[in-house]
Design a protein around this ligand. Structure first.
Ligand SMILES: NC(=O)c1ccc[n+]([C@@H]2O[C@H](COP(=O)([O-])OP(=O)(O)OC[C@H]3O[C@@H](n4cnc5c(N)ncnc54)[C@H](OP(=O)(O)O)[C@@H]3O)[C@@H](O)[C@H]2O)c1
Length: 218
C-alpha cells in the first residue's frame, strides 16, 4: 500500500511524520518544490523512510492526502480527475473564509462532499479535520487519545483507511457518511475559537466521551 502526502505546510509535515512512523506502507511526500521537501525530510530524520516526489509522481499512490488549502484541493482534483479514479482521496480540509469568520461553503454542504462530486469515481474519505497540527506532536491528552472522525460514502474505503491508520496514536471513529462533514467542518471553527479563548491554540482536538470501540460492531 502506497500513501502520498501532498504539501509541506503544517498538516503535510505532521501527516508525513505519522504515516512514516506508523502505517508500515511506502510513503511518498509531494511538493511544488521537492528540493526543499527533501531538505525537510532530512531534518526530520525521514530521508530513508519517505520518498520525496513531485505532485505528479505522488498521484501513483493508493491513498492520497492533499494537504492543501480547501480551494487548491478543488483545482487539483479538477486537473487530475482521470488519474486519481478509483483511489482513496483523504480530505482533511476545512473551508474557512479568509478571515476565519465563516465558511466558503453554504449551509448544507461540505468541502468533502464538494470534492466527491468533482471526483465521482474516486473514494473520498474525510479525516483529521478537527485535529489541529500541533496535536500531532502529542495526540494523547490526560491519558486519552485524540479522536479522528472518519467519514465516507464507500464503506470499504472507510474500513481500509481505518485499518491502515489505526496504528497511529489517535482513536479513529467511523463517523458515517460524507454529509456529516457539514457538521464536522463547522465544528473545527468552534474549536479554533475555544482554543484561542482558553489559550491552547493551536493545540486542540476532539475527545468524545462514552464510545469504547473505534469501529462499530455492525
Ligand atoms: N492547520 C491545521 O491545524 C489544520 C487542521 C485540520 C485541517 N487542516 C486543513 O489542512 C489543509 C492544509 O492546512 P495547513 O495548515 O497545513 O496549510 P499550510 O500550512 O498553508 O500548507 C499548505 C501547503 O499546501 C501546498 N500547496 C499546494 N498548492 C497550494 C496553493 N495553491 N496555495 C497554497 N499552498 C499550496 C504547499 O506545499 P508545497 O509548497 O510543498 O507544495 C503548502 O505548504 C487545509 O485544507 C486545512 O483546512 C488544517
Amino acid at each position: 500500500m502506497t500513501i502520498s502526502v501532498l504539501g509541506t505546510g503544517n498538516m503535510g509535515k505532521a501527516l508525513v511524520k505519522q504515516a512514516a512512523a506508523y502505517t508500515g506502507g511506502r510513503v511518498l511526500w509531494g511538493s511544488r518544490n521537492p528540493g526543499e521537501a527533501a531538505e525537510l525530510a532530512r531534518s526530520f530524520g525521514l530521508a530513508d523512510q519517505v520518498e520525496v516526489v513531485t505532485y505528479e509522481e505522488a498521484l501513483q499512490a493508493d491513498i492520497i492526502i492533499p494537504a492543501f488549502p480547501a480551494a487548491a484541493i478543488l483545482d487539483w482534483a479538477l486537473t487530475h480527475q482521470e488519474k486519481i479514479k478509483h483511489k482513496i482521496i483523504v480530505d482533511i480540509s476545512n473551508p474557512f473564509n479568509e478571515d476565519f469568520s465563516g465558511f466558503t461553503t453554504q449551509w448544507g454542504e461540505s468541502s468533502a462532499e464538494r470534492l466527491q462530486s468533482i471526483l465521482p469515481e474516486s473514494k473520498v474519505i474525510g479525516a483529521f479535520k478537527n485535529t489541529f497540527f500541533k496535536v500531532f506532536e502529542n495526540p494523547v491528552f490526560e491519558d486519552q487519545k485524540s479522536d479522528v472522525l472518519v467519514t465516507g460514502d464507500d464503506e470499504e474505503a472507510v474500513s481500509q483507511f481505518i485499518e491502515i491508520f489505526k496504528p497511529l496514536p489517535f482513536r479513529f471513529i467511523h463517523a458515517g457518511k460524507l454529509a456529516n462533514n457539514r457538521t464536522i467542518e463547522r465544528f473545527t471553527l468552534l474549536e479554533l475559537e475555544l482554543a484561542v479563548r482558553y489559550g491552547t491554540y493551536p493545540y486542540i482536538s476532539l475527545q468524545l466521551f462514552g464510545i469504547k470501540e473505534a469501529v462499530p460492531a455492525s
